[in-house]
Write a protein that binds this ligand. Structure first.
Ligand code: NCD
Length: 322
């Protein structure tokens, strides 16, 4: 793997390889000493043009646990705020010897520009671009669903026949877009639930069903319900009458939580608007995988950095991970 830009580019075999290596990484994270020597001498740059706490920290933890050197470059307070272009920033990183660049950017397509521009030789990982894609989030979500539903029997398995319902602000969500393609590739059935104003116009080409009624979608018995954050910062118009009205129709409250089939799980990528798209009861219930998603995020990002930077694994390296 040279870059990770979009889950749409991933074949089933590639996606399963990432998830399976992430299983190996998760095993190493249960040891007392969590650090592996695998990426010693490699430099990973976290290039964040948009605010983020958990994703940046997660990539940082992942790189450090593989013994890479990490440089955190956040656009605020950097020369980017003085008007330096993406090209100049990239060329500076190249001159410093970056082996991988993890980029988050407000503009959809910025990671692909970086990867294909010729400005850098480093591998590029998309950590979220505009409303377009967030592939490591989708991979950690798929990993979490697989682990909850298949447990120790997860390795090598897809999500065939599993029903995942994604609820909320799909319009502004790169998490939803990346999940739709990855879940489909892994064999899951995906339903989107949102008010009509928050469903993108172009979904006719997506491998999904759309429902506007959350109660009906819950009655259909999904295996996993993924609640999306209402992205107020991306909204320049009124997409729903009031927050209270949204929450009443599309929020996961205690009653809807109870209506879910036994064994079905609730995901949220964070940060959560408690009381808006998800109630405290749902967020803190045993069905909720929110904290597992965070922990699994580190393992999945370790796998991605490893596959990008260490290339094909030798058998003895595979042994080191066991
Ligand atoms: C997501 C993002 O930034 O797209 N969050 C994250 O990666 N932790 C989802 C969101 O902001 O709602």
């Amino acid at each position: 793997m040279r870059h990770l830009l979009d889950t749409r580019d991933l074949s089933r075999a590639e996606a399963l390889e990432i998830l399976d290596v992430a299983e190996d990484m998760a095993d190493t994270q249960r040891r007392e000493v969590k650090k592996l020597p695998t990426l010693r001498g490699k430099t990973v740059v976290n290039l964040f043009f948009e605010d983020s706490t958990r994703t940046r920290i997660s990539f940082e933890a992942a790189a450090k646990r593989l013994s890479a050197d990490v440089i955190n470059f956040s656009a605020k307070g950097s020369s980017v705020s003085k008007g330096e272009s993406l090209q100049d920033t990239a060329q500076t990183l190249q001159a410093m010897g970056a082996d991988a660049v993890v980029i988050r950017h407000g503009a959809s397509g910025a990671p692909r520009t970086l990867a294909t521009s010729g400005w850098i030789t480093a591998g590029v990982v998309n950590a979220g671009d505009g409303t377009h894609a967030h592939p490591t989030q989708a991979l950690l979500d798929a990993f979490t669903i697989r682990k909850r539903l298949h447990g120790d029997d997860s390795r090598g398995r897809g999500l065939d026949g599993i029903r995942v319902t994604i609820v909320g602000d799909v319009l502004h969500s790169r998490v939803a877009r990346s999940n739709v393609w990855l879940l489909h590739t892994l064999g899951a059935h995906v339903t989107l639930v949102a008010p009509p104003t928050l469903v993108p116009q172009d979904v006719s080409g997506w491998p999904v069903e759309v429902d506007y009624d959350l109660d009906r979608a819950i009655a259909a018995g999904p295996d996993a319900l993924m609640m999306l954050r209402i992205q107020l910062e991306r909204m320049n118009a009124a997409y729903f009458p009031t927050e209270r009205e949204y929450s009443r129709r599309y929020g996961l409250d205690a009653r809807r939580l109870d209506a879910l089939p036994t064994g079905s799980i609730v995901l949220h990528p964070g940060p959560m608007n408690r009381g808006l798209e998800i109630s405290a009861e749902a967020a803190d219930s045993p069905r909720s995988t929110v904290l597992e998603q965070v922990a699994n995020g580190v393992s999945v990002r370790m796998a991605v950095l490893y596959l990008l930077l260490a290339g094909a694994r030798t058998d003895s390296e595979k042994e080191d991970l066991r």
